[in-house]
Design a protein around this ligand. Structure first.
Ligand code: UDP
Ligand code: MG
Length: 321
């Protein structure tokens, strides 16, 4: 299943490569479907997908009512998937479909999750490489589930893992973290991440920061404790400085005017307080968001039956969740 946002130039090549990979599999699946979620694209992505679906029964197209973001679009696709194993991948061909064969081999060995770890990343800016490296290592230290480093959402998941994701309806989704949290037998294979086939990344720095904050807050309460740590450290230092000042006053009678130290203390404490209030705000905002209980996404169009076409009459069940 593939989430797509303004990927018109990539769709044809993506479908071609995916078809040839599936047709070339050594063990042919009894049935397969390709779910493409159009995440409110403003270009021809949806039109191209619908044209392709008209002639290819394997294709299932879900178009969302607007742009909901990568993680939600992927969720919409996973909700619709009905296979014994589901592969989640990007639509820009940075995740080579050829890896699916290796995924399936591990799946048959009995693994529930096979994720793809990036050994090398072609054609990414130094900035992206650096921020990604720092991010994966920070989140590993901060969170209580063990999320593999340098691993994106490109992975195979068994039916029960997908079902577990379906039951986890949290809004600020960090799918790779959720999958680690699910457990079962998981393994990784390494690959070289290719350059985008065409177009530019749909993850500008602002979205990257949001994504990083979502990942950390969803799986760690450590930032909330930062306030406590700062509190102890600052009061510890204040106590020592206080003792020193009192000693100075008693034994030497010396008293500093103390402008610098006063202004420093005010600015430092002010900064610490703002940071910690901001952290609290992140979590409180998430609580508010969850409590509103809106659907994660809305489906505008749902075309094709995918697997259902092969073994049961077309389902008319509502797909809005
Ligand atoms: N994507 C999406 N909705 C968005 C942004 C991205 O569905 O709001 C899709 C995009 O079309 C692509 C995948 O998510 O298939 C990964 O996005 P991108 O390649 O821009 O991310 P990067 O590889 O730069 O991290
Ligand atoms: Mg990409």
């Amino acid at each position: 299943m593939v989430p797509l946002y303004n990927e018109a130039d990539n769709v044809a090549e993506l479908l071609r490569r995916l078809r040839s990979v599936v047709e070339g599999l050594t063990v042919q699946p009894a049935a397969w479907e390709l779910i493409c979620v159009d995440d409110g694209s403003r270009d021809a992505t949806l039109a191209i997908l619908l044209d392709a679906a008209a002639v290819d029964p394997h294709l299932r197209i879900i178009s969302l009512s607007r742009n909901f973001g990568h993680q939600i679009a992927a969720t919409a696709g996973l909700d619709a998937a009905s296979g014994d194993a589901v592969v989640l991948m990007d639509g820009d061909l940075q995740d080579p479909p050829e890896l699916i064969e290796a995924f399936l081999a591990k799946f048959r060995e009995g693994y529930d999750v096979v994720y793809a770890t990036r050994r090398r990343r072609e054609g990414e800016s130094r900035f992206k490489l650096l921020t990604a490296a720092v991010f994966y290592r920070t989140i590993r230290r901060l969170t209580n589930v063990s999320i593999p480093v340098d691993t994106g959402d490109f992975r195979l998941m068994s039916r029960r893992v997908v079902a577990a994701l379906r039951d986890s309806r949290e809004r600020h989704r960090f799918i790779r973290g959720l999958v680690s949290w699910v457990g079962y037998r998981q393994t990784g294979i390494e690959y070289d991440r290719a350059e985008r086939f065409s177009g530019a990344s749909k993850y500008p720095i602002s979205k990257m920061v949001r994504f990083a904050i979502d990942g950390i807050t969803a799986f760690s309460e450590i930032p909330l404790r930062i306030a406590t740590w700062f509190g102890f450290i600052v009061s510890g230092v204040a106590f020592i400085v206080g003792l020193f000042e009192i000693g100075l006053r008693i034994f030497t009678g010396y008293n500093l005017p103390g402008y610098t130290s006063t202004i420093f203390a005010i600015l430092f404490l002010g900064g610490v307080q703002l940071i910690t209030i901001g952290i609290l705000g992140e979590y409180v905002g998430r609580v508010y968001d969850e409590i509103k209980g809106r659907p994660l996404y809305l489906v505008a169009e749902n075309v094709g039956n995918g697997l259902a076409a092969a073994d049961s009459p077309p389902s008319t069940a509502p797909v809005v969740r």
